[in-house]
Design a protein around this ligand. Sequence first.
Ligand code: FAD
Length: 426
Amino acid sequence: MTATTTAVSDATGMESVDSFRLRAREWIPANLRRLADLPADEGAQRNVSSDESAWQRARALQRTLYEGGFAGICYPKEYGGLGLTSAHQRAFNEEVAGHEMPMRLNVPTFTICGPTILDMGSEEHKREHLAAAIRGDEVLVQFLSEPGSGSDLAGATTRAERDGDVFVLNGSKIWSSGAYAADYALCLARTDWDAPKHRGLTMFLMKVHQPGVHIERIKQVNGGDEFCQEFFDDVVVPASAVVGEVGGGWAVASRQLFHERNAVGGGSPYFSGARAEGRRGTETDALIDLVRRTGRADDPYARELIAEAHALGVIHGHLVDRVTAGMRTQKMPPTAGSLIRLFHGESATRQAEIALELAGPAAAMSAPDGPDTREVGVSFLFRQATQLGGGSTEMARNIISERILGMAREYAADRDVPFNQVRHGR
Ligand SMILES: Cc1cc2nc3c(=O)[nH]c(=O)nc-3n(C[C@H](O)[C@H](O)[C@H](O)COP(=O)(O)OP(=O)(O)OC[C@H]3O[C@@H](n4cnc5c(N)ncnc54)[C@H](O)[C@@H]3O)c2cc1C
């Protein structure tokens, strides 16, 4: 169903934020289910379920948003988006809080891969893949990390060799979240072994499911199996799949990491759904609910912990506002996204510790007649993921010291050395 409220535009022809908000307010309850009404076993919204049906549900929801005129809010119109501003997106995110959204499509499809294609892709990549993702027809994934290079991304050894109009890929990628359910991947591979490591790389926008690609899912400590490892065995990729220049893959990867830091830190304008704005209140609400369920609502120490968690959320929100404004106005360098990425990793870990302390033993096991708070224990087990995914917090510290504070660069034995002469530890 489309909204019946008429759009009101300003002098430039762009719909005003207030008008957009009012149309969203009318459309959302008529088209999206309230989270409170979802059956208890439906994990799609909470982003935890790793079965195919959760992905199918996310694609269907994305199509609903698209048909209703609320998809790709900040993406340009020529590539299937609405061409509106981050203020429109913020208004939508506020209105949609408490409703089912295709949250799993935010990272990496809309907040990382999409913006990278927008910045660095060919006209054909943008028209084909951005529009398909916004319609809910395409899910994108990142093939960056390798078994031997995660933090040292430029040390990738997946090989891409040119053969006429195609490249042939061999090697392996790992930790690719949701690859089994994705359609296309941004894949970093080495095309020149004589060049120093940053200069011999090329980025490809490749089909995930094709001959020669073998995907294995990795079981995680929290029970999920979203992570995948891919093995490439003579995978043929057309030359038109190259994003940017052959040998210019590091420039594309750097842009991708920029968007990733913003996405992980909570500062991406392409994030659609309540999490980005909800941070300031929803986590505190969840903790209050937790102490009510465990009967500790009047415990002064529990209240102190909740106040700490709330303060972290408030500071995070202000930091995101400050840093995104700083980068937009160029008062801060693009690497400033590392500040919010670092804070997010630290505060999310602390929030998980606080929740564990509040739940007490019930986080590990619950009595048959007591409250079920085992999800707190499961989140605690996975807390370190927030310190690693999107580049580790240690690497964020390195970037802050070297690129923002101007401190001395870390020693690198492989700098400016042809990659085939770099010694690799075995
Ligand atoms: C939730 C989650 C989702 C992810 N999704 C994807 C994905 O979709 N696609 C993808 O390609 N990858 C993904 N990753 C992988 C992620 O990018 C890597 O885990 C991360 O870059 C770290 O690489 P690594 O695991 O190889 O650790 P390593 O690079 O081996 O690092 C191990 C430890 O050493 C530290 N370290 C390494 N080098 C330095 C240094 N120079 N200075 C200081 N400390 C250092 C690191 O901080 C880390 O603590 C995901 C990871 C997580 C947790």
